[in-house]
Design a protein around this ligand. Structure first.
Ligand code: NAD
Length: 492
């Protein structure tokens, strides 16, 4: 069975595999992932620090040229990258290409590093004194990524961390690790010096060793909330700068004046795209007033037209879940829903296609706080409908939820949409847009249990996270100005 190699200091390093990689559409084991020994972790950190000593001094135009070349290589190799993603993640080829395109946006943003890294200058802050600021790199950044976006999330982190002069150790998800090896090789082909971008595989043991390693300066994490909280707590306790993005439960509020066809389309696209394995997936439709029955009818009619199948079959609307264990966990929510008095309008739990990890579309009517199907992040093709009487009840429901990643409102009333945007405690809001993932020039991040640490990821906040400021106060005194003065430096 092939074992996916680590990439350390520009070289593939083969190691014995420990856990299986599956093709989720067939259930077949297609490879294995190694877990590095402590000595290898020390080696990658040491070689990264050596690489940083020169990469931090690379010129801005050298970095820009490499990122431009990298962008070009990703575009050239999109088909190959998408095929690797689909084979290990299970999402459709079109969805894999969409992920690549959204990751690429971050490389393009990072290409503007000369502008993004500009400091500030203030002349004559006191007599003969000027002040300027610069931003410098942090050092070794560890990027820990989830299974559901095996290229986009690594690009969110790597493009911006490298642009700011850091070196990166990527610890990709052990479920779909192979595409990260190709990313490392494309960066090398683009001209990135050896050691500036490394791929170290493994699981929680690898992550925990890196969180405590004295040679690591910063951690970017994206994954589930319990692990995000752990990474934040252990990383910061070890003196590292940490941003840790967690899970989600995203609500889509549909007001009585909304176009219900548009709303039903959005609920299908955002609820079932990528089999619901997106942190910005809509998992609860909040039907306000009397829209629930006609909206459910329109959603059901669309659900029945969806095709579930292998990601490399162009006829498939969505593919399998990532593992058999995750499939069983997702279907358990449909079982518990019945016991909690929730109406199971569509039950895709029993769908079987060969030995793949498929679940068909599931629709639950009447989800509410206190039921497992509402309280937990399901991360599968299970859409819940919550019925509320009023706009105020919808806002209270959204704000009482412990997650705050994304939300959407569907309405024709601009004032209601504006009010909603101001009243909800959520980081990313869509107005008639169901998956409001910000473009790369803005930053991505949720509130509450969806983000630990203050910095949102990528965009301007990404550049700020991956760099630290120095402020330099300058005076060029003349010999005639020599004097002893023990007073605190005054500006007036
Ligand atoms: P996960 O938390 O299981 O794993 C994420 C990473 O953490 C992996 O690299 C994994 O090896 C590592 N890890 C797992 N358990 C660990 C532990 N106990 N200690 C240390 N490290 C550990 O997440 P996942 O299942 O791969 O991804 C799905 C989750 O990620 C969902 O909850 C989803 O909402 C979330 N997600 C969030 C965002 C966001 O931007 N907020 C984006 C994508 C995914």
């Amino acid at each position: 069975m092939p074992t996916v190699p680590h990439v350390i200091n520009g070289q593939r390093r083969n190691a014995e595999g420990v856990s299986p990689i599956f093709n989720p559409a067939t259930g077949a084991v297609t490879g294995e992932v190694p877990v590095p020994a402590a000595a290898l972790i020390d080696e990658v950190v040491a070689s990264s620090r050596t690489a940083w000593s020169s990469w931090r001094n690379s010129t801005l135009s050298q970095r820009t040229n490499i990122l431009f070349a990298f962008r070009h290589l990703i575009v050239q190799h999109t088909d190959e990258l998408a095929a690797i993603i689909t084979a290990e993640h299970g999402k459709t080829i079109a969805d894999a290409k969409g992920e690549i395109a959204r990751g690429l946006e971050n490389v393009e943003f990072a290409c503007g590093l000369t502008d993004h890294l500009k400091g500030e200058f203030s002349s004559q802050v006191a007599d003969g004194v000027d002040v300027h600021s610069v931003r410098e790199s942090l050092g070794v950044v560890v990027a820990i990524t989830p299974f559901n976006f095996p290229i986009m999330v690594p690009l969110w982190m790597a493009a911006n961390a490298l642009a700011t002069g850091n070196v990166v150790i990527l610890k990709p998800s052990e479920r779909d690790p192979s595409v990260s090896v190709m990313v490392a090789e494309l960066l090398r082909e683009a001209g990135l010096p050896d050691g500036a971008f490394n791929v170290l595989h493994g699981d929680a043991t690898t992550v925990n060793a890196l969180l405590e390693h004295p040679g690591v300066d910063a951690i970017s994490f994206v994954g589930s909330t319990p692990v995000a909280r752990h990474v934040y707590q252990v990383g910061t306790a070890n003196g590292k700068r940490v941003q840790a993005l967690g899970g989600a439960k995203n609500h889509m509020v549909v007001l009585p004046d909304a176009d219900l066809d548009i709303a039903a389309d959005a609920a299908i696209n955002a609820g079932f795209g990528s089999a619901g394995e997106r942190c910005m997936a809509i998992s609860v439709v909040v039907a306000v007033g009397d829209v629930a029955d006609p909206l459910i009818a329109k959603i059901t009619e669309r659900l029945d037209r969806l095709t579930v199948g292998a990601g490399d079959d162009p006829a498939s609307d969505f593919g399998p879940l990532i593992t058999a264990a995750h499939r069983d966990r997702v279907t358990s929510y449909v079982t518990s829903a019945g016991a909690d008095g929730i109406t199971v309008v569509r039950d895709g739990a029993t769908l079987r296609i060969g030995d793949g990890f498929f679940v068909g579309p599931c629709l639950l009517d009447g989800v509410r706080p206190g039921t497992k199907a509402y309280d937990d992040e399901i991360f599968g093709p299970v859409l819940g409908v919550a019925r509320v009487a009023s706009y105020d009840e919808a806002v209270s429901l959204v704000n009482a939820n412990p997650y705050g990643n994304g939300t959407a409102i569907f309405t024709r009333d601009g004032n209601a949409a504006r009010l909603y945007s101001r009243q909800v405690s959520v980081g990313m809001i869509g107005v008639n847009v169901p998956i409001p993932v910000p473009i790369a020039a803005y930053s991505f991040g949720g509130w509450k249990n969806s983000l630990f640490g203050h910095a949102h990821i990528y965009g301007p906040e990404g550049f700020a996270f991956y760099s630290r400021a120095k402020v330099i106060t300058t005076r060029w005194p003349q010999p005639s100005e020599s004097q002893i003065d023990l007073g605190f430096p005054a500006t007036r």
